[in-house]
Structures are given as structure tokens and as C-alpha cells.
Design a protein around this ligand. Structure first.
Ligand code: SIN
Length: 312
């Protein structure tokens, strides 16, 4: 690790951690991720419990709640505590295809499992899968003008032979481990995030009428909760930095994607057990579903919470 990264990681890992009265929080590693005990998400939470969960989320960015037996409504109730629920662009694309009588396209929009409830996205893989949702580093739906502030994935079926973890990456730390000169260079830049890159490019979902969402966000944003700066580009959706020539934009984005993907000190790995719900803060993380279990089955569902427009 270089000296810039060492300094940033030491500063973060040596800081004082909060105390909790109502929940037990065990960090997965000092950079990102924690296991939370003492919460039953099938029951409404008290304001004090929710406040402690928020403190832990701000601290660790990824929280795992194990052995939860949740109905769809329980899952959505927990999501609504953070804000209005987000509807994935697949749902709008599917609705448009159905409305225009394009049943062939509507039938194809099942990747990631666009079901009937626009607030739930099914995540499934089996022996017929040719790809799986989230297979590659990304932040959820940054093609939206107001991307989800967080997501909660509830995995009920894990692959029998092991595997199927989700990797997470701390994007505050990704920013902090850059050199001061690079940080200065990134100030004021924006980037274009396009839904067609993953949805049609990777997953082959037909382009809906009117196209996939595309949005421009600052390259460095400020997390609205912590006030800390965050690197906000991701391989999944980010296509271009409009202030640069195309070859410069490609070179810079590739360097930033590599920095995030290869620096393992920024990562944690969530190993799923059946009925685990993992909540992540989409404003300061990326994640990557590891499809290392084909042709075994894995199943779950995701609820995401609408966020605000990211600001520099
Ligand atoms: C996702 O990108 O939300 C899917 C993650 C996973 O299935 O592990």
C-alpha cells in the first residue's frame, strides 16, 4: 500500500467507535461492514432502535441482520423507515412494454426479477441463468437523477455448495486513499451514468421506449449524513466525464475503477446464510455479487429507498 492509502486507512481505523445500548454491532473489518444483533425486523422498530441502526450504518455502511423471517410487508416497512421506496427502472420498462402490447419485450424483463410489485426486485439465479444481477462492481441505479440512498437485500435461499457472497466497497475510503493531487484534479468534474450500460449492455434487456435513464452527477459528492467526501463513479453505470476528451475520460475512469476494484483494504465480503437481510448505504458504497455457484440456486428480494440528488 502506498503512503497516501496507509495514512487514510490508519486515520479511519483508529477513530473512536460509537457505543450502542440496544443493539450489538460486530464489525466485519475496520473499513466496512458489520453484523447487527438484537433486532427482529418482523416487528416494528422503536425510534431508539432505529436511531442506533442509523448510527451503525453511518459508521460501517453495510449492516447484516441474520435469522430474520420477513414478509414482503415487513421488508418494505423497514425500508420505509428510511424514506419513500424506490422503483427499479425495470418496472417502468416492463409497464411501458405491456402498455404498448409488446409482450415479447415484457417477457424479457425478468432479469433481476421485475415482478408485479414495483417496490420489490427479485434476485434469482439457477441452472438456466446466463447472468445474475449485480455481477460486477456497481452502485445501485446511479443512472437515476435521484439514485436510491440505500438498498436492503433479503436472501432466503443460498447455494447448497457454498459461494454466492456479496462484496462491498467503501467509497469514502476510496476517495480518502487517493493522493491529494488526484483529489484536487477530481474537484468540479462530473460524470454521466447510463442505465443502458448494464441493463442492455450486460443483461441484454431491450431498450424501453424513451430509453434507459441517464444522469450527470459530481465525481466527488458529499455524503448528506456524515458530511464526508465520497468518490461517486462506478464501473456498472458510469460512461464518461464530459469535461475531458474521450481518451482522457476513459483513462481516468479506468484508473478510478481499478483503484476501487483492486484495493482489497476497502472491501468486505458478506457470506449469506438463509434469511439474512443486508442493508447498505448506496451513497458511499459499491457492491459486487459473486456468481461462483452456477448452476446452483440462490434467491432473494431487494427493496431500495429513494435518495436525493447527489451534490458536490
Ligand atoms: C444487487 O446488485 O443488488 C445484487 C447483489 C447480490 O445479489 O448479491
Amino acid at each position: 500500500m502506498d503512503q497516501f492509502a496507509l495514512n487514510a486507512i490508519k486515520a479511519r481505523n483508529c477513530r473512536q467507535r460509537p457505543d450502542y445500548k440496544l443493539i450489538k454491532v460486530t464489525q466485519i473489518n475496520p473499513s466496512i461492514g458489520a453484523e447487527v444483533e438484537g433486532i427482529d425486523l418482523s416487528q416494528p422498530l422503536t425510534a431508539d432502535q432505529f436511531a442506533e441502526i442509523n448510527v451503525a450504518l453511518n459508521e460501517h455502511h453495510v449492516l447484516c441482520f441474520r435469522e430474520q423471517k420477513l414478509s414482503d410487508e415487513d421488508h418494505k416497512r423497514f425500508g420505509r423507515m428510511f424514506g419513500k421506496l424506490h422503483s427499479h427502472p425495470y418496472h417502468a420498462a416492463k409497464a411501458k412494454a405491456i402498455a404498448s402490447g409488446d409482450t415479447a419485450t415484457a417477457a424479457k424483463i425478468t432479469m433481476g426479477g421485475a415482478g408485479d410489485d414495483p417496490e420489490i426486485l427479485y434476485i434469482k439465479a439457477d441452472e438456466t441463468s446466463t447472468n445474475v444481477a449485480g455481477e460486477g462492481w456497481h452502485t445501485d441505479v446511479t443512472c437515476d437523477a435521484e439514485p436510491p440512498m440505500g438498498s436492503m437485500l433479503y436472501i432466503t435461499q443460498v447455494p447448497g455448495g457454498g459461494g454466492g457472497a456479496t462484496m462491498f466497497l467503501n467509497m469514502e475510503l476510496a476517495y480518502e486513499t487517493l493522493s491529494p493531487t488526484m483529489k484536487t484534479f477530481l474537484e468540479g468534474l462530473t460524470a454521466i451514468h447510463n442505465g443502458g450500460k448494464p441493463y442492455t449492455g450486460n443483461y441484454g434487456v431491450p431498450v424501453p421506449a424513451g430509453g434507459w435513464p441517464e444522469s450527470e452527477h459530481p465525481v466527488v459528492i458529499r455524503h448528506p449524513g456524515s458530511g464526508r467526501k465520497v468518490l461517486f463513479v462506478n464501473y456498472g453505470f458510469t460512461i464518461r466525464i464530459p469535461q475531458l476528451a474521450p481518451h482522457e475520460s476513459d483513462a481516468l475512469l479506468n484508473m478510478l475503477f481499478q483503484h476501487c476494484a483492486t484495493m482489497q483494504e476497502l472491501h468486505c465480503r458478506v457470506q449469506w446464510t438463509p434469511n439474512t437481510l443486508t442493508l447498505w448505504d448506496n451513497r458511499c458504497t459499491q457492491h459486487h455479487a459473486v456468481w461462483d455457484y452456477f448452476p446452483a440456486k440462490r434467491f432473494g428480494q431487494r427493496v431500495s429507498i429513494l435518495g436525493a440528488r447527489p451534490t458536490a
